[in-house]
Structures are given as C-alpha cells and as structure tokens.
Design a protein around this ligand. Sequence first.
Ligand SMILES: Nc1nc2c(ncn2[C@@H]2O[C@H](COP(=O)(O)OP(=O)(O)O)[C@@H](O)[C@H]2O)c(=O)[nH]1
Ligand SMILES: Nc1ncnc2c1ncn2[C@@H]1O[C@H](COP(=O)(O)OP(=O)(O)O)[C@@H](O)[C@H]1O
Length: 219
Amino acid sequence: MGARLLFRAIIMGPPGSGKGTVSERIVNTFGLKHLSSGELLRTNIKNETEFGLLAKSFIDEGKLVPDDAITKIILHELKQMSQYSWLLDGFPRTLPQAEELHKVFQPDTVINLNVPFETIKKRLTSRWIHPGSGRVYNTDFNPPKVTGLDDLTGEPLIQRNDDKPETVTLRLRAYEELTQPVLEYYRNKGILEVFSGTETNKIWPHVQAFLSKKIPTIS
Ligand SMILES: Nc1nc2c(ncn2[C@@H]2O[C@H](COP(=O)(O)OP(=O)(O)O)[C@@H](O)[C@H]2O)c(=O)[nH]1
Ligand SMILES: Nc1ncnc2c1ncn2[C@@H]1O[C@H](COP(=O)(O)OP(=O)(O)O)[C@@H](O)[C@H]1O
C-alpha cells in the first residue's frame, strides 16, 4: 500500500450560489469529508453554545461573524480532520481568514461558483431547511416529497431567518466587499477555478470533470 494522498478543496460563491448543493454531490461522488461553516454555526445556535449566541446576532443581521471567533472554531475542526481529504464550504470569507487558514493548511484547489445575484435572490426566498440535519430544499428546484416536511424524518421544514429579502441584500453586499478579495488572493496563488452559470445541474458536470482529473487516486 502506498502513502495515502490527501486532497484539500475549498468551495466558494455568493450566498445561495449552490455551495451546499454542489458540496453534497462532491462528497457523495469523491468521498471527501465536508465542513460547512454555516452548518457549524447553525448547530451552535441550535445548541445555544456561547459561540452560537455570539454568532446569531451577526447572522440575523446579514453580517459576517467576527474573524477571530469563526477562524478559531474552523481551525479546531480541521485539525480533527487532518488525516482526511476534505472540502471546506463557507470558509474563508475574508482575507484575514484566508491568511490564517494558509498558515495551517494550503488548499489544493478553490472552486468558485459564479452565479449572478438576480438568480440568487429568487432562490434564497424559496429555500427551506430541516433544522435537525441541515438538509436543504427549494420549492422550485428540489421540493420535499410532502410540502413543508423533511423527506427522511417527516419533521417540519423552516425558512432561515437570514433568507429574508432585506437580509439577503446585506449578505450579498458583505460578499462583494469582504469575500471577493479572497477570490483574488487564491487567483494570485494560481489555484482558483471558476464555474459560471445559473443552474446547478449545468455547473455540476464541469465541477465533476475537473475534480476527477484533480483528485489523486489512493494507491
Ligand atoms: N432554482 C434553483 N434552485 C437551486 C439551484 N441550485 C440550488 N438551488 C437551491 O437554491 C438554494 C441555495 O442553494 P444552497 O446549495 O443552499 O447554496 P449555498 O447558500 O451557496 O450553500 C437552495 O434552496 C437550493 O436547493 C438551481 O440550479 N436552481
Ligand atoms: N467564514 C465565515 N465568516 C464569517 N461569517 C460566516 C462564515 N461562514 C458563515 N458565516 C455566517 O453564517 C451565515 C450563513 O452562512 P452559510 O450557511 O454559508 O450561508 P450562505 O452560503 O447561504 O451565505 C453567513 O451569512 C454569515 O453570517
């Protein structure tokens, strides 16, 4: 048996660009571990941890959670995953976060989902989630089998507090100001791979083909 090759990827894109949806397909196809900053935050909010209580006030206002707090918790989680290949979703979202991450892990590739803002606004107002598992639905794109209920547990679905139209506008603004520079940071390192489009089902085959070439086989 040869040494196990590890692969580290980041998925970026504005809120609602399909990071979660594409991440699920990547994880199912390539078997990477998935770490989503948004899911980690929502779990902490649900469990009313100290970090969750701090984070909630920012998230509900469409603001980013402070760099120090989110960086600490994400790096802690990644260290637990150090012997695995992984896909990081929703982090880094600012230059200081990217710089701190780089000190510990250097990603092999950064996938950027480039979806127009007008497309996103429509999607987010029709997003529904199962709070227990984080499963995501959309009344147009992937509706649940029974309206308003999770497919696996039958429990009620909810809309995210931060998917209100006015909060979405603030999140998109934060993305332009704080997250776009992160794309430049990775472009300068030569590891940014951009996938543009308005439909996940059309973007996905390109992401899949790209990763098939990129992911080292385990010998
Ligand atoms: N109409 C439509 N909705 C989509 C498409 N891809 C994803 N969605 C939905 O759009 C919402 C945002 O997608 P999600 O993967 O949660 O994006 P994220 O915020 O970047 O993680 C969810 O409700 C998805 O089910 C698409 O191609 N068309
Ligand atoms: N890396 C991060 N830095 C700061 N805040 C974050 C980060 N990741 C997530 N958040 C907070 O959690 C919210 C939800 O994140 P996420 O689930 O990734 O949603 P989306 O991709 O739809 O914006 C963000 O709007 C932000 O307030």
